[in-house]
Design a protein around this ligand. Structure first.
Ligand SMILES: C[S@@+](CC[C@H](N)C(=O)[O-])C[C@H]1O[C@@H](n2cnc3c(N)ncnc32)[C@H](O)[C@@H]1O
Ligand code: SF4
Length: 386
């Protein structure tokens, strides 16, 4: 263990949405009768709970994710940020991100979110044309998305937005044009996700019945390459598989996950990784909002599971998240986070095969995936770790 642990990241999950999008399998629930005072008290109580054992650690980022956190009352955001600052020392440049949907009602709250302490907005634009937005089952249209972007620029120094690509029938030319517009309208950061068909979603069942023909591996691969080229030529660094930033514009909060630093997760279904007394614990909160709320009110937290990670699990997890990053996994950091040297953990024959295949590279400082390796990281990890 290093003497001074890396700063803490704090994730706050808001599980409610106006409607459920047909592709989404996040922990989201549609409720019209949310008691905002009760939720504010419960989220703050869970922060109190996690402060026990982590007191004195610096907090460098707070991330409001969901669900649709732009349905939160600005007073809830302010109360949570106040509570964080009361419980831990907060770095001078703490990064506070809110995920927002470009719905006009949410856009109208941007000024209040800014006043509450949010400095970075991550907007779920998803597509820049109305046909694609309708296909994705989104509540907003192109005009509303563009308006949300314009308002976001007025209020937030730091701006990111998400798009989903590799949609059925999306050609490389269409995607190139959409990316050119995205680049022209982007702030410092873009998240570009390939549409994934998740079991248990509306798209999952349509796909199973053969009603949703998805691009094959080759077509999806071409779209991925188009993405990398377009973003690189616009001055964005592909610092993670789906995330691109202008210099200094990386999501510091998400970097903490990928670098396997500690993070606290509060709210229904939130996950955390917290080191105390030399052990790293994986925490998971109750997924169901009512179950979570009742547990917090009864016992001060809604933790469903808290388990110490074995040394081997820590090594595996660090590689699984770290190889998503272009920078890869630093040897010194690996040793500091896991207590094990990278070479002692890895099977040298498997590593050599993946290096020869052009998927991984290693030197005396770090191990990282090549662009070809990052494009098929699940397979690479399977070959490296099992
Ligand atoms: C959990 S969502 C929350 C953001 C916000 N509620 C919204 O919808 O704009 C975070 C991001 O994950 C992405 N996402 C969710 N499900 C996906 C899927 N099945 N395939 C690809 N991207 C997905 C979307 O781009 C979305 O903006
Ligand atoms: S994509 Fe966003 S708005 Fe849609 S269901 Fe998922 S979290 Fe909610």
């Amino acid at each position: 263990m290093s003497a001074a642990p890396a700063p803490l990241a704090i994730y706050v999950h808001w599980p409610f949405c106006r409607a459920k999008c047909p592709y989404c399998d996040f922990n989201v629930h549609v409720r019209r009768d949310v008691d905002h005072d009760r939720w504010r008290r419960a989220l703050c109580a869970e922060l109190d709970h996690f402060a026990d054992g982590t007191e004195g650690r610096e907090v460098a980022s707070v991330y409001f994710g969901g669900g649709t956190p732009s349905l939160m009352a600005p007073a809830t955001i302010a109360a949570i940020l106040d509570r964080v600052a009361a419980l831990w020392p907060v770095t001078a440049d703490v990064e506070v991100t809110l995920e927002a949907n470009p719905d006009p009602d949410d856009t109208r709250r941007f000024a209040d979110y800014r006043a509450a302490g949010v400095g970075r907005l991550s907007l779920g634009i998803q597509a820049l044309d109305d046909r694609a937005l309708a296909f994705l089952g989104r509540a907003h249209d192109r005009a509303e998305a563009l308006d949300a972007l314009e308002q976001a620029r007025r209020y937030f120094e730091r701006l990111s937005f998400d798009l989903i690509y590799a949609r059925p029938d999306q050609g490389a030319g269409d995607w190139r044009r959409e990316l050119a517009e995205a680049n022209a309208r982007a702030g410092e950061h873009l998240s570009l996700y390939q549409l994934t068909i998740e079991p248990g979603t509306a798209f999952g069942s349509a796909h199973k019945r053969g009603r949703l023909p998805m691009p094959g591996d080759e077509a999806a691969g071409t779209l991925y390459e188009v993405t990398q080229e377009a973003l690189a030529s616009a001055g964005f660094d592909a610092y993670e598989i789906s995330n691109h930033a202008r210099p200094g514009g990386q999501s510091r909060h998400n970097l903490a996950y990928w670098r396997y630093q500690d993070y606290i997760g509060v709210g229904p279904g939130a996950h955390g990784r917290v080191t105390t007394d030399g052990s790293k614990f994986a925490t998971r909160q109750f997924r169901n909002p009512r179950r979570w709320l009742e547990a917090v009110e009864e016992q001060g937290h809604g933790t469903e599971e808290r388990a110490a990670l074995s040394p081997e699990a820590r090594c595996e997890e660090m590689l699984m998240v770290g190889l998503r990053l272009a920078e890869g996994v630093g040897r010194a950091r690996f040793r500091a986070e896991t207590g094990t040297a990278l070479d002692a953990f890895l099977d040298s024959k498997r590593l050599a095969t993946l290096v020869e295949g052009g998927f991984l590279l290693a030197d005396d400082k770090r191990l990282w995936a090549t662009p070809a390796g990052r494009q098929r990281l699940d397979a690479v990890l399977g070959a490296l770790l099992t």
